[in-house]
Design a protein around this ligand. Structure first.
Ligand code: ZN
Length: 79
């Protein structure tokens, strides 16, 4: 005889679909809780901790991304 656990009844399609249907939202929720958002000390925008602020391009008081250069490039192409 079978010594391992045997299910008494077949699992209906709808039951398994319900179970796995919420998988994506659950994973996304978990990931969003993991990301640590902090206020940028320079501009105050929400930025990921220990990374460059994408609003002003500063990291720990240093200018890392040159935002002004990008703006100049865009305006040059248009003009
Ligand atoms: Zn900033």
């Amino acid at each position: 005889m079978a010594k391992h656990p045997v299910p008494k009844k077949k699992t209906a399609k709808s039951t398994s679909k319900q179970r796995y249907g919420s998988f994506k939202t659950r994973v996304l929720k978990k990931l969003s809780n993991r990301v640590n958002l902090v206020d940028c000390p320079n501009c105050g925008a929400k930025a990921q901790a220990h990374t460059v602020c994408h609003e002003c391009g500063q990291y720990r008081g240093r200018q890392v991304l040159d935002k002004q250069k990008k703006i100049d490039k865009i305006t040059k192409i248009k003009a």
